[in-house]
Design a protein around this ligand. Sequence first.
Ligand SMILES: C[S@@+](CC[C@H](N)C(=O)[O-])C[C@H]1O[C@@H](n2cnc3c(N)ncnc32)[C@H](O)[C@@H]1O
Length: 372
Amino acid sequence: MTTGTGGMTAGGRGRGEGIPPPDDESIAFALQVWQYKQGEVVALLIHLGDRLGLYRAMRGRGPVTPTDLAAATGLQERWVAEWLRGQGAAHLVTICGGDRFELSEAGAAVLVDEESSLLFAAGAFGPQADETFVDDLAEAFRTGIGMPYDRQGPSGAHRTERMLGPWARLALVPRILPALDGVVAKLAEGATVADVGCGAGVALGAMASAFPKSAFHGYDISRHAIDRATEKMAHAGLDNVTLHRSSAEALPTEPTFDLVVTFDCLHDMTAPEAAMAAIRRSIREDGTWLVKEIRCAPDLEGNLVNPMAALMYGFSVTGCMSSALSEPGGAGLGTLGLHPELLGRLTAAAGFSRFSLHDFDDPANLYYEVRP
Ligand SMILES: C[S@@+](CC[C@H](N)C(=O)[O-])C[C@H]1O[C@@H](n2cnc3c(N)ncnc32)[C@H](O)[C@@H]1O
């Protein structure tokens, strides 16, 4: 494959003859655009490094040659060599000379340490469900109707689980729940808890194993997420978790829950106000609702302080806003659509009287303690 702006003109004249040379601004713009293509391709190589165990094999090993890494992973040396060179060019591994490459400890925290690093990111990488997903996304621009999470297939649920998992697994029980008024004491004694929009159940698993006397209920409309959560609860031997494949609006209508959590999901819902009203009905008068929502501002300018703003708007079009528009009349809030002021207003309208914001330095999210 070749790339570039040159080419033969009609009549067989020389390369680029008659075409004015591009100006500096156009060249800089083209470079910026190609950097996104580079990002797309490097993203696929990150996924392959994660999937094939290449990063895991490099961890703590010091500088390795393609021969070393191929032997350690059982993969073909020529393929491993090209992958390593690409990783070096992308500054993801250090080029040490002599055809040797090293994964740093910082690199391992982001690319390997899924169980113990809040910075683990490799799980977010992976191909789209299939080619027709993009066809449907293009069609959504015409019809206005998006797609629920399940349209991304089982791999979509798995990617979401791995991308959002570290904070739920590592910070929720030791850091976040203790900051809420009286919640840990209730959970330790035996409380009834709902995780609404529970996805693949990472938060449920963390809470259910820490508080065995409490009963946990997970609600999600995604079949793939509930299947995955069911598998994980069985694997972990957790018998205090019940999973419901149903919408937030189908929560019990009687005051049932001492704690409700909604993590990264209200902005994905077609009817967040109806979900909030259902949560209000299902929560006990002395209960707590813990909301985790994306750190965002009411306007584009405010969101641009986020160095990942373009990624967030991209996630919105491909996932969050699409889900929130997956039914006619959907609210369509999207990834950056539920800012603190709006959430405060909507929770008050749903009948909650107390609302406080907690900032745990989660780079992507803010947390809210909401009470009747
Ligand atoms: C970004 S995922 C977050 C999953 C999980 N809370 C986590 O943090 O890993 C959003 C989830 O909300 C679910 N969802 C969307 N609309 C819903 C609704 N009306 N009721 C229940 N779940 C819903 C989706 O199926 C998806 O699993």
